[in-house]
Design a protein around this ligand. Structure first.
Ligand SMILES: [Zn+2]
Length: 566
C-alpha cells in the first residue's frame, strides 16, 4: 500500500474524532439535528487546527445517503466520494490560488444547478481572505440570495481581511489552538498505531513546537520517523526543530529569577552556538513565566516570586518578542531583554518600597500610620474619599463579638505599643506582601481580601489588622476560623512567636496613606536629626526627587513627579 502521510491518514472522519474544537462541533451537530443549517459558515483560526477537516465532515453530514445526520455513514457513495475528493457536489477552492474574478463567476454558474447526487452543493473556500476585491463582490452577489441547495463554508487565518459585507452573511466560528495535552494524546495514539517508540519528553517537545496546530504536530512526527526511524527521543525532536530542552528553559528561568545575569548571558551564548531558535526561546520563556503567574492567582503557589515581578518579566519578554520579529540581531535584543528581566526580578517592587518606607517611618516614629488619629484627617489625599462612616457601618457585614470588641478599641496613638512592638510592626509592614501570599496559600480566599488591609498595631500577643473602609466587605471572610487561622499562622511565622489576629475597619485607605507624602510639620518637628532630609514643601517636586525611595520609584517606571499632594 502506498505511503500515506500521517496528517492525511489520521484526518478525522467523524465529528467525534475532531480534536479540541468541541464548541464548534457541538453547534454544527445541533444545527444538523434540528435541520437549521445556515447558508454560509466562516471558520476562523490558525492553520492546521481542523478547519477544512470539519468542513469535509460537514459535507458528508449534509449529503450522506442515510439522511441529514451528525454521524455520516462513511460507506455510502456520497460519503466515499467526498472522502476521495471526487464528489461533484462539493467544490473545494483554495482562495490563495483561485482569486481571479472569472473563477468566482464560474462559481455563480455552478451554484445555479441542483446537486448531482446529494441534497446540497457545498462550496468550501479555504484561505478566503486571499480573494481579490472583485472576486469578493462576485461572491457577495451569490451570498445575498443563496439558492436553497447551496451552502458555503469559508475558512481563514486572517478574518480582518474579509469584507464586513461577507462576514455579516456568515455564521462565524472561532476555532482555538489545540492544548498541548490533547495534541500529546493524539500523537500517542498515532505513535502506537505506527509502532513508533517515542518518549513522553519527545511528545511534549513536538506539542510545544507545533503551537497548538495538530497538523503541524502530525507532520513533525512524520518528519521525525523519516529522520530517526521507529525510536524517537526528546533530543531528536529538539535537534530537528531547533527547540530548547525543558531543562534548559527551567535553568534559564531560574537564572533570571535569581538575577544571575552572567549565567543568563552565558546560556544564551551556548544556545545560539547550538543553533537554537531564539525567537521561539522568548515565546517559551514567556509561556513559562505566564504559567507561574497563573499559578500565583489560581493555586496561590507563588514560590518566592510575587505576581508583580512576574508581570514585569512577561511584559519585557512580550516587547522583546515583538522587536525580535523585525530584527536581524536577535541575540542582542534577547540578551538585553533577559538582563532587564533579571533586573526586574531583583529590583524592589513598589509595594515593597512602600512597605519599607512605612517600616522606616514606624521605626523612627516619624509619621503616624494607618491607625492615625483623626487630627491627620485634613491631610487626607483625594483618593481617600471613601464612603462616609455611616455608609461603612451599613455596608459592613454583621460582626462576630471579637470584631465588635476590637472595633471599640481606641485606635489613637495612645494605644501605640511599646518599642518591641514597634519593631514587630516594622517587620510586619515590610513583609506584608509575603504574609498575604503565605496566608493565601493556606486559605486561598483571604489573599484578595488582605490586599486591601494592612497591619495597624501589635498589642501583646494580638496583631490588629485594619481594612480599607472601601473594602470593608472583605471583613466577613475572617469570621471563618479557617481564614483567620491562615492569617495567624502566617503572622506567627514572620514574628516567630504565636500571635492572634483581629480584623477591623481602618480609618483610611492603607495604600494611599503610604503613598501620600507626610505633612511637612511632622518631618520638622519629629525628625530633626534625620540625615539630610530634604525640605519638603507643598508642590515642591524637586525636593522629593532627592529622596532615595522616590528615586527608585521614578527610575523603575521611567516616571516624573507631576504633583505633590500633602
Ligand atoms: Zn453516507
Amino acid at each position: 500500500m502506498a505511503y500515506e502521510v500521517i496528517a492525511r491518514k489520521w484526518r478525522p472522519q467523524q465529528f467525534a474524532d475532531v480534536v479540541g474544537q468541541d464548541h464548534v462541533v457541538q453547534t454544527l451537530e445541533n444545527a444538523l439535528a434540528s435541520n437549521r443549517i445556515a447558508s454560509a459558515y466562516l471558520f476562523v483560526g490558525p492553520r492546521g487546527i481542523g478547519k477544512t477537516s470539519i468542513a469535509r465532515i460537514f459535507a458528508k453530514a449534509l449529503n450522506c445517503e442515510t439522511g441529514l445526520t451528525a454521524t455520516p455513514c462513511d460507506t455510502c457513495d456520497n460519503c466515499r466520494e467526498i472522502m476521495a475528493s471526487t464528489s461533484l457536489d462539493v467544490l473545494e477552492i483554495d482562495g490563495a490560488s483561485n482569486n481571479r474574478v472569472d473563477e468566482v463567476r464560474d462559481l455563480r454558474e455552478t451554484v445555479r444547478y441542483s446537486p448531482t447526487h446529494g441534497r446540497f452543493k457545498l462550496i468550501i473556500i479555504d484561505e478566503v481572505h486571499m480573494l481579490s476585491n472583485s472576486a469578493f463582490n462576485a461572491l457577495l452577489k451569490t451570498l445575498e440570495e443563496p439558492p436553497e441547495h447551496v451552502k458555503f463554508f469559508f475558512a481563514t487565518t486572517e478574518p480582518h481581511k474579509i469584507p464586513a459585507t461577507i462576514i455579516s452573511r456568515c455564521q462565524r466560528f472561532d476555532l482555538r489552538r489545540i492544548p498541548e495535552s490533547e495534541i500529546i494524546e493524539r500523537l500517542t495514539l498515532i505513535a502506537k498505531d505506527e509502532k513508533v517508540k517515542i518518549d513522553d519528553d519527545a511528545l511534549l517537545a513536538i506539542a510545544r513546537g507545533s503551537e497548538g496546530g495538530l497538523r503541524d504536530a502530525e507532520s513533525a512526527l512524520d518528519q521525525l520517523i523519516a529522520f530517526k526511524g521507529k525510536k524517537i527521543s526528546e533530543a531528536d525532536v529538539l535537534q530537528v526543530f531547533g527547540l530548547v530542552s525543558r531543562r534548559t528553559l527551567d535553568d534559564l528561568s531560574e537564572g533570571i529569577l535569581a538575577g544571575e545575569m552572567a549565567s543568563v548571558i552565558g546560556q544564551i551564548d551556548e544556545l545560539e552556538q547550538a543553533g537554537k531558535d531564539l525567537q521561539r526561546l522568548v515565546l517559551e520563556l514567556m509561556d513559562g513565566f505566564r504559567n507561574r503567574l497563573v499559578a500565583v492567582y489560581t493555586d496561590g503557589q507563588a514560590g518566592d516570586v510575587d505576581a508583580e515581578r512576574l508581570l514585569r518579566i512577561c511584559d519585557i519578554l512580550a516587547g522583546a518578542d515583538e522587536r525580535m520579529r523585525f530584527s536581524l540581531s536577535k541575540r542582542i535584543l534577547l540578551e538585553t531583554a533577559l538582563v532587564r528581566c533579571a533586573r526586574a526580578a531583583k529590583v524592589a517592587t513598589v509595594e515593597e518600597i512602600i512597605a519599607q518606607i512605612n517600616a522606616l517611618k514606624a521605626e523612627g516614629g516619624v509619621v503616624t500610620l494607618s491607625a492615625a488619629p483623626s487630627a491627620q484627617e485634613p491631610a487626607a489625599p483625594v483618593a481617600r474619599r471613601a464612603a462616609p462612616p455611616a455608609a461603612v457601618a451599613t455596608a459592613a457585614p454583621p460582626k462576630p463579638p471579637k470584631l465588635a470588641e476590637s472595633k471599640a478599641r481606641p485606635s489613637t496613638p495612645k494605644a501605640r505599643p511599646a518599642e518591641p512592638a514597634a519593631d514587630e510592626m516594622a517587620t510586619l509592614k515590610a513583609q506584608w506582601s509575603k504574609i498575604v501570599a503565605h496566608a493565601g496559600r493556606i486559605a486561598i480566599a483571604v489573599q484578595g481580601a488582605l490586599k486591601d488591609a494592612c497591619p495597624a498595631t501589635v498589642e501583646g500577643d494580638t496583631v490588629h489588622i485594619d481594612f480599607d473602609p472601601e473594602f470593608a466587605s472583605g471583613l466577613s471572610l475572617f469570621e471563618s476560623p479557617r481564614n483567620r487561622k491562615a492569617v495567624e499562622r502566617s503572622l506567627t511565622n514572620v514574628l516567630k512567636r504565636p500571635v492572634t489576629a483581629t480584623f477591623q475597619v481602618g480609618k483610611e485607605k492603607p495604600a494611599q496613606v503610604a503613598e501620600a507624602p507626610a505633612p511637612e510639620e511632622e518631618y520638622r518637628a519629629e525628625a530633626p536629626e534625620e540625615p539630610a532630609p530634604p525640605p519638603v514643601r507643598k508642590g515642591h517636586a524637586q525636593a522629593w526627587k532627592q529622596r532615595d525611595e522616590v528615586k527608585q520609584v521614578l527610575d523603575m517606571f521611567n516616571g516624573t513627579i507631576v504633583d505633590v499632594r500633602e
